[in-house]
Design a protein around this ligand. Sequence first.
Ligand SMILES: CC(C)(COP(=O)(O)OP(=O)(O)OC[C@H]1O[C@@H](n2cnc3c(N)ncnc32)[C@H](O)[C@@H]1OP(=O)(O)O)[C@@H](O)C(=O)NCCC(=O)NCCS
Length: 204
Amino acid sequence: MSRAEHDETHTVPHLLSIPARAQIRRQPVETSRLLLVPIEISDGDELWDAVEGSRWHLERWLPWVPFNGTREASVRYAEACVADWDGGRAVRFAIRDRQSRDLLGVVGLDSCVHLHRSCELGYWLRRDATGKGLMTEAANASVEFAFSRMAMHRIRCAAATDNFPSLRVIQRLGFRFEGIARQAELVQSRWLDHAVFAKLSQDE
Ligand SMILES: CC(C)(COP(=O)(O)OP(=O)(O)OC[C@H]1O[C@@H](n2cnc3c(N)ncnc32)[C@H](O)[C@@H]1OP(=O)(O)O)[C@@H](O)C(=O)NCCC(=O)NCCS
């Protein structure tokens, strides 16, 4: 088969598109109460303060929290976020209050797989930012960003079967239940079963 024939018969698959981080920094994702801004290295200090101030609230569900034990670890995480965004591996936003610009938490589209146009949604909020609907607002905007700006096809989201606040967020986002991943994570010496959900671009 000639090169021309080959090109005609094999269409190039449609891959993910990752918007430039600098562009989204200039024009963050806006919701009524929040700004979602790509995490920068300079966010390291605020990330540390947010985690340190809510450690007991976060460490029950998030296995990385004990490893985030110094301010430097938060800076390294911020550096990894920058490298992951630029490398097309993950898109993680600092969730900021629209008025005060305070950092309230993180929402991320992790484990981006370009070939299948899929990713995993993950999130956390500072304890004092919970109970106001802010994560539902931030996660909704991130899902919309993934489908409309990144050509995402499938977004997976999993939460421990007894993490009821997170399960309620996922339910409000309209994700569909797919099954239980048994003992998916070891957190604080406890194996967590995960309820697995997903949303496809064509879902309502
Ligand atoms: C998971 C987590 C982000 C959920 O936070 P949350 O504050 O419960 O979720 P939201 O920000 O969407 O807020 C929803 C709550 O605010 C209430 N609320 C108050 N004012 C509201 C408003 N103006 N608009 C919408 N909801 C409002 C809602 O009724 C809802 O309460 P309910 O779930 O008891 O019904 C948070 O518990 C967290 O950070 N947990 C630790 C980390 C974690 O578990 N991450 C997920 C791992 S899978």
